[in-house]
Design a protein around this ligand. Structure first.
Ligand code: NAP
Ligand code: ZN
Length: 347
């Protein structure tokens, strides 16, 4: 077995704390990766608090991983020791079912999430808030050394989760896109929306983020608590990408879509959102969802980011400050992704 050091929640009622544990040995198809950086996703917080379902504890969260390969199994062909690589929200799948064959491995019924899940060997899997990880080759992504690696880590979840729906719905030139919530996912959605040629508006609850949004290059910034500002954008958007992590009035946002507009949910609040059928019927509007992204599209996104110099805006933290980061995240005060510097685990 491989010795690992991490930060784990022992139950949904306890805070994360230092924890030593073991990972499985690498098989011929696996790689051992020393983790350099791990992004802090709002899903990590939802998961350790059992917001969505009863989790697998002890839980080491983290699915925005960038690291250096230290060992590869004998069947591994794509990677070698010292390569810089990424790991996102999944570490295994059957690779044979309809979802896998259509490059939606994230929806494989036998898929294994990076943490809060049981692996094919019937043992729990542990995520990226740790010094190393063992992952099957197919689930490891190539990362360009050109970009600052701490700022690449969030691409593995926040990046692909926003790139994927924008690509799948072919959002681009001539479209008006609104991004709801300027947090980890939201700021990546803004960057991709602009890169794809759309006119991007941020719909936010935080006036204090206006200047940051403008610096990102948005066309418009609307504070959704202000009726007057909302009036100006009523019926105007082709697409809304909704990254909100808490309960919100979806009917309000649907009223901002133009005829045949599409509201895409990527945020996953614990409460159900109540949709008035009239909000959809009046104007032929569509409500959609999108979950992470498949392996090929994740590699495409990483390559696109390397070519276009796109990374996340990050605050690098010591792993011991993770609670403070979670507190700020709960208040919507993320600017715009916390990333753990994993070297701090040995301090
Ligand atoms: P985050 O960094 O905390 O950003 C969420 C943003 O939502 C906040 O910064 C805030 O922006 C806005 N917000 C918060 N509470 C709100 C409220 N009550 N009403 C309106 N807006 C509110 O979180 P994240 O990491 O981007 O994740 C966002 C959500 O996506 C989470 O639920 C997460 O679990 C989910 N997620 C889904 C997938 C997927 O595959 N679909 C993948 C990753 C994450 P403003 O200050 O601008 O209002
Ligand atoms: Zn995530």
């Amino acid at each position: 077995m491989i010795q690992s050091k991490g930060y784990a929640a022992q139950s949904a009622d306890t805070n994360l704390a230092a924890w030593e544990f073991q990972r499985r040995d690498i098989t011929e198809n696996d790689m051992l990766i020393d983790i350099l950086f791990c992004g802090v996703c709002h899903s990590d917080l939802h998961s350790i608090k059992n917001d969505w379902f009863a989790g697998v504890f002890p839980m080491v969260p983290g699915h925005e991983i960038v690291g250096r390969v230290t060992a590869v199994g004998s069947n591994v062909t794509k990677f070698k020791a010292d390569d810089i690589v990424g790991v996102g929200v999944m570490v295994d799948a059957c690779l044979e079912c309809e979802n896998c064959r259509s490059h939606h491995e994230q929806f494989c019924p036998e898929g294994v999430q990076t943490y809060n899940n049981i692996g094919k060997d019937n043992l729990p899997v542990y995520g990226g808030y740790s010094n190393n990880i063992v992952v099957r080759e197919e689930f490891v992504l190539k990362v360009s050394k050109k970009l600052p690696l701490a700022a690449v880590a969030p691409l593995l979840c926040a990046g692909i989760t926003t790139y994927s729906p924008l690509r799948n719905w072919k959002v681009g030139k001539g479209h008006k896109l609104a991004v709801v919530g300027l947090g980890g996912l939201g700021h990546m959605a803004v960057k991709f929306g602009i890169a794809f040629g759309a006119e991007v508006t941020v719909l936010s609850t935080s006036e204090s983020k206006r200047n940051d949004a403008k610096a990102l290059g948005v066309h418009n910034f609307v504070v959704t608590k202000d009726e007057e500002q909302l009036k100006d954008v009523k019926g105007s958007f082709d697409f809304i990408l909704d990254t909100v992590s808490a309960k919100h009035d979806i009917n309000l946002y649907l009223s901002l879509l133009r005829t045949s507009g599409v509201h895409i949910c990527v945020g996953i609040p614990l409460e159900s959102l109540s949709v008035a059928p009239f909000s959809l019927v009046a104007g032929n509007k569509a409500l959609a969802g999108s979950g992470a992204g498949g392996l090929a599209q994740t590699q495409e996104m990483l390559d696109f980011c390397a070519e276009n110099n796109i990374v996340s805006d990050v605050e690098l933290i010591d792993i011991k400050d993770i609670h403070h980061a979670f507190e700020r995240m709960k208040k919507g005060d993320v600017r715009y992704r916390f990333v753990i510097d994993m070297a701090t685990i040995n301090k």
